[in-house]
Design a protein around this ligand. Structure first.
Ligand code: ZN
Length: 171
């Protein structure tokens, strides 16, 4: 099914980007395909979650999912539009890009290749474009008011994100 685009439901980001927030999709969309990243194409299943929740678009700017043997990055909500996160202060959210890994990393260890794809295809290009240091990349749980939140999953390792970002730095 093709999602009808409703840009009038979305808000443009008026301030420059200062933060990149990492998520997993299990927190937002509760169909099984948003909770387990298998080798099939699953982005289309997030669309039914969007329609169910009457959102203007997928509530992440980018989604990373595995298809067959490798991870792919999809543009979800175009990045000039803000995502809606009531648990993140406006100081941060008004200046944030949101990137989600499909699935849940509360139960699964993110493979090295997922970190590589994140850094090379998304994090490093945006850090370069907006002059962000690695400290501007945050896990959702670290910028949330919700102290119980695990997003992007208990097994996501910030140290590995940092080392991948240093490996793929654009210079
Ligand atoms: Zn999250």
């Amino acid at each position: 099914m093709k999602m009808p685009f409703k840009p009038s439901m979305l808000q443009l980001r008026r301030q420059s980007v200062k933060w990149i927030i990492l998520h997993h999709t299990a927190e937002m969309y509760d169909m099984p395909s948003a909770r387990i990243d298998n080798e099939k194409y699953q982005m289309k299943d997030l669309v039914s979650g969007v329609l169910e929740k009457k959102q203007g678009d997928i509530n992440y700017n980018f989604v990373v999912e595995k298809i067959k043997e490798d991870y792919n990055v999809f543009v979800a909500r175009p990045f000039p539009y803000k995502c809606v996160w009531g648990d993140i202060s406006n100081d941060i959210n008004n200046r944030a890009i949101h990137v989600a890994c499909l699935g849940s990393y509360d139960f699964k260890i993110p493979p090295k290749r997922l970190y590589e794809v994140l850094a090379y295809r998304i994090l490093n290009p945006f850090m370069h474009m907006f002059h962000l240091s690695p400290s501007r990349i945050k896990f959702h749980r670290d910028v949330s008011d919700d102290k119980e939140l695990t997003c992007p999953g208990d097994f996501f390792d910030y140290g590995i994100v940092e080392s991948m970002v240093r490996k793929f730095v654009l210079k």
